[in-house]
Structures are given as structure tokens and as C-alpha cells.
Write a protein that binds this ligand. Structure first.
Ligand code: NHR
Ligand code: GAR
Length: 199
């Protein structure tokens, strides 16, 4: 059986990526599901997560979106880079983990059914950016995070998992983001494991 290659895209801290990598190691995804985290790719050279991935012996790559004239050109190069880690009979599972670039419909189509994202809100509430401040401003008493399949429409794909946390009276966007993030680190690895166990 060919190994299922997982490629993770990040833009920053990479704490969700690290949680996935640690769970894959702890639960031996290689033996259990024949799955391996093949590469971590960032669109930003200074993404802190790259350091951790490198230390774990995972291939790391940087593709700076600013070096491309259009979204289409960036996405085409990104696709080519990602697909180096897969094969025709075992295409990669692609995991967005704090990846901050909107992807073109052509890119999303290419990975249809194999492309996941974690979004820091209880979708369908608050798609897009600055979710925690928007939830505070709206007076939400509970917020959370959503793992979903990515479709061409931003933050609208089928929901795979969610976690809920309370909003406390003195919360700022930062304190709320930190509370949500601890739950993200639990539900994202779990949702990926669920998916791998079904494939
Ligand atoms: N692409 C598609 N087609 N569909 C989705 O659902 C996607 C996606 C790409 C990324 C993550 C998403 C999130 O979870 C995601 C989901 C970035 C932006 C954004 O506006 C919005 C949503 C998400 C990620 N990005 C700006 C842009 O112009 C750049 C912002 C920046 O660089 O800081 O691409 O929230
Ligand atoms: C996470 O909260 C993730 O849900 C969010 O950014 C953070 C990344 O943290 N994603 C987005 O806002 C996507 N637009 P991390 O880099 O430490 O995983």
C-alpha cells in the first residue's frame, strides 16, 4: 500500500501544525493509517512553524506569494510544489493550518475532497478575518473553531468538527483567540485521524 502523504500549509506560528505533527507521532499514524506528514510549506519565510517542522525531520518549503504577479500564478507554483510530495496513486491530503492566502477555484478543484481548513469561528458565523473581535463586538456568549472541507466559497465547505468555548466578560480578541486555539489543537488532529481511518 502506498503511503498517504500529508502536506500542511502555514503562514505563521504553526501551533496547529505542531499539534498535528505531535499527534501523528504519538498515535503512530504511519502504522495505524499508513499516513506520513511529508512536508510543511509556508508562504512566509519567517513563519515560526518552519523551525519546529524542520526539527521534527519534516521537509520544509517557502513559497513567497509576493514573488508572483497574480493569485493564479502563485497557486500554480504552489500546486506543483505540493504535488512533488504525492504520487498519482496516492495524491496528498492537504491541510491548511493558519494559512492566510485565499486560494483560487482552480487550486481548490485540484484538491477537491482532500483539502481541509481550520477556521477560528463557529461557521457559518463569522467567515473571513478578525473573527474574535467580530464575535466580541456582536456580543456572542460562546465562540469556537470549525474544521471544514475547503470549497471555492471562502469558509463555506462541509463541516467536519467543531469546538465551543465561552466568551468571558473581560475577554479581548487576544485572550479569546488563545482560548479557542487550545481547542483547535484538539479537534484538528482528531478530525484528520477520523478522515484517515475512513480512507
Ligand atoms: N481558500 C478558499 N478558496 N476557500 C477557503 O475556505 C479558504 C481558502 C484559503 C484559506 C483559511 C481562511 C480562514 O480560516 C482559508 C480558507 C485567509 C483569508 C484572507 O482574507 C480569509 C480566510 C482564510 C484565510 N486572506 C487575505 C488574502 O488576500 C490575506 C490576509 C493576510 O495575508 O493576512 O488572501 O480564516
Ligand atoms: C488559528 O487560530 C487558525 O484557526 C487561524 O489562525 C490561527 C493560526 O494559528 N486561521 C485563520 O485565521 C485563517 N485565516 P497557528 O499558526 O498557531 O496554527
Amino acid at each position: 500500500m502506498s503511503v498517504k502523504q500529508i502536506v500542511i500549509l502555514i503562514s505563521g506560528g504553526g501551533s496547529n501544525m505542531a499539534a498535528i505533527v505531535k499527534t501523528a507521532k504519538r498515535d503512530d499514524w504511519q502504522a495505524r493509517y499508513g499516513a506520513k506528514i511529508a512536508a510543511v510549506i509556508s508562504n512566509k519565510a519567517d513563519a515560526k512553524g518552519l523551525l519546529f517542522a524542520g526539527q521534527q525531520g519534516i521537509a520544509t518549503e517557502v513559497l513567497d506569494h509576493k514573488a508572483f504577479a497574480s493569485r493564479e500564478a502563485f497557486d500554480a507554483a504552489l500546486m506543483a510544489l505540493i504535488d512533488r510530495f504525492g504520487s498519482p496513486d496516492a495524491p496528498v491530503l492537504l491541510v491548511l493550518a493558519g494559512f492566510m492566502r485565499i486560494l483560487t477555484p482552480g487550486f481548490v478543484q485540484h484538491y477537491a475532497g482532500r483539502l481541509l481548513n481550520i477556521h477560528p469561528s463557529l461557521l457559518p458565523a463569522f467567515p473571513g478575518l478578525h473573527t474574535h473581535q467580530r464575535a466580541i463586538d456582536a456580543g456572542c456568549k460562546f465562540v469556537g473553531a470549525t474544521v471544514h472541507q475547503v470549497t471555492a466559497e471562502l469558509d463555506h465547505g462541509p463541516i467536519l468538527a467543531q469546538a465551543v468555548v465561552p466568551v468571558l466578560p473581560d475577554d479581548t480578541a487576544e485572550s479569546l483567540a488563545a482560548r479557542v486555539l487550545t481547542q483547535e489543537h484538539l479537534i484538528y488532529p482528531q478530525a484528520i485521524a477520523d478522515l484517515l481511518s475512513k480512507k
